[in-house]
Each structure stands twice: as structure tokens, then as C-alpha cells.
Design a protein around this ligand. Structure first.
Ligand SMILES: NC(=O)c1ccc[n+]([C@@H]2O[C@H](COP(=O)([O-])OP(=O)(O)OC[C@H]3O[C@@H](n4cnc5c(N)ncnc54)[C@H](OP(=O)(O)O)[C@@H]3O)[C@@H](O)[C@H]2O)c1
Length: 229
């Protein structure tokens, strides 16, 4: 039976790397991002059996379109996210409208999409991956907006794991990655020493196929099955 996954934010970065890996592993995919041209190019790169639905995950109509395109859902990967202003403001002066946007994209929209997907995930004993960050648990100066949003994602994930025994709920920290978001976090700095998302995606793909219990996972602690075999 062909399994279906929704992966948000799959036009670049970690989402694209993960989508490419899951497609190669035989998953049918529904992917999104806000920028249609980038998403179309990504879908072509990913290859077979991928449905691209451009839109903003904050938009309820778009979220419904993702579920409609998927039909039955075996896996939801809430990967799309934003950093917020770059450089990141300290909390003392963080513009609240910007903070609201960070929470909308990183916390509320993924939860809303999860709510839509849960009936299908429950009935198919599916799985939910919420992409988190070490900024959720470490009090880095300047990371209070993004970090507190990811902390909310983590606690919501933990409660979902308790409330939804039929669904695996993994909240996964990929570690630092060489992506556009990471460059925004370190404007003007050379981030070429950070790993490419393609190096981390296989560990998250292995987590998905592992059947491990719900919980928080760091990619750095997960040894890819493919590297062991
Ligand atoms: N990079 C790191 O070092 C790092 C570390 C820890 C955790 N993470 C997490 O990993 C995930 C992926 O990050 P990344 O570094 O790969 O970021 P990225 O390169 O900036 O990619 C973000 C993706 O999300 C999409 N997106 C952003 N806002 C969206 C919205 N409102 N609706 C739909 N799609 C949206 C973007 O496309 P559009 O802009 O076209 O919408 C893009 O496809 C995020 O959850 C991030 O917090 C990253």
C-alpha cells in the first residue's frame, strides 16, 4: 500500500531534502510553500508522485486544500517555519506584530493543520513530525521569539503524544543546517561550515520508518539505519 505524507515548507532547505528522501523511499507526497515558482521547481526535482499545493499555512483554505489533495494521510511533517526579523531582536524590544507572525507560522498554523489531519492519522495509525530546534530548550540571547515559539511547539507535541495514543508524535531537532533560515539567523556570516540539509534528512527519514515511541529526538543522536547496515 502506498503511504501518503504531507510535508510543509518543501521548496528548499530541510523540507526539500526530506521530501526527496521520502519520495525515493516510495512515499506519495503532498508538499507546500508560499512561493509557487520555487515549489514547482522543487516538485520537479523531487520527481514522482508529488502534488504541489502552493499557499501559506496560516490560510485555513490552503490547509484544507492540502488535506483534500492528500486524501488519507499517514504522515504529517510540520516543517515550514520562519525565523522572524533578521537580525533577531532581543525580547525587550521585540516588535509584537512580528512576534505574532512568528507564532502564527511556527505554532498555530502547524497545530491547525494537525487538527485537520488527526482523524486520518488516528485511523491509519500514522505519525506526526514537528520540526523543532535547540533554541526551544536553550536560552540563547536574541532567540527569544523563535525559541519560545519552538518551545510551544514542543509542549504541544508532548501533550498531543499523551492525548493521541494511536498516533506517533515525534518532535525532531535537526541541528544547525546550511539553509536560508540559518543564514537569516546569522546575517553576513559565513555559515558554510554548517551541514547541508541532505546530510540530516536521512536520520529523520529513519526516525519515521523506525516505529520509535513518541518523543523528542535530536538528529545528532540518531544513527541513520542506512549507515549501520
Ligand atoms: N536551518 C537550521 O539551522 C534549523 C535548525 C533547527 C530547526 N530548523 C527548523 O527546520 C525547519 C526548516 O527550516 P529551513 O532551515 O529548511 O528553512 P528555509 O530554508 O527557510 O525553508 C523554509 C520552508 O518553509 C516555507 N515556508 C515558510 N513560511 C511558510 C508559510 N507561512 N507557509 C508555507 N510555507 C512556508 C518556505 O517557502 P516560502 O518562503 O516560499 O514559503 C520554505 O520552503 C523549520 O521548522 C526550522 O525552524 C532549522
Amino acid at each position: 500500500m502506498r503511504l501518503t505524507a504531507i510535508i510543509t515548507g518543501a521548496s528548499r532547505g530541510l523540507g526539500l531534502a526530506l521530501a526527496t528522501g521520502l519520495s525515493e523511499a516510495g512515499w506519495r507526497l503532498v508538499v507546500d510553500a508560499r512561493t509557487p515558482a520555487d515549489l514547482a521547481a522543487a516538485a520537479e526535482w523531487i520527481g514522482r508522485d508529488v502534488v504541489a499545493v502552493a499557499g501559506d499555512i496560516r490560510d485555513p483554505t490552503h490547509r484544507t486544500a492540502l488535506l483534500d489533495a492528500a486524501g488519507d494521510v499517514d504522515l504529517l511533517v510540520n516543517n515550514a517555519g520562519i525565523l522572524g526579523p533578521s537580525p533577531q531582536p532581543r525580547l525587550a524590544g521585540y516588535p509584537l506584530d512580528a512576534l505574532r507572525a512568528v507564532y502564527e507560522v511556527n505554532v498555530l498554523a502547524p497545530l491547525a493543520l494537525t487538527q485537520l489531519a488527526l482523524p486520518s492519522l488516528r485511523s491509519r495509525e500514522g505519525a506526526l513530525v514537528n520540526v523543532t530546534s535547540d533554541a526551544a530548550v536553550e536560552p540563547y540571547e536574541g532567540w527569544g521569539g523563535y525559541g519560545s515559539a519552538k518551545a510551544a511547539v514542543e509542549q504541544a507535541s508532548a501533550v498531543l503524544a499523551a492525548e493521541e495514543p494511536a498516533v506517533r508524535v515525534w518532535w525532531a531537532d535537526p541541528g544547525d543546517l546550511r539553509t536560508r533560515m540559518h543564514q537569516e539567523a546569522f546575517p553576513g556570516e559565513d555559515i558554510s561550515d554548517r551541514p547541508e540539509p541532505e546530510t540530516v534528512a536521512p536520520t529523520i527519514a529513519d526516525l519515521i520508518s523506525s516505529g520509535r515511541p513518541s518523543g523528542r529526538y535530536r538528529a545528532a543522536d540518531l544513527v541513520p539505519v542506512s549507515a549501520v547496515a
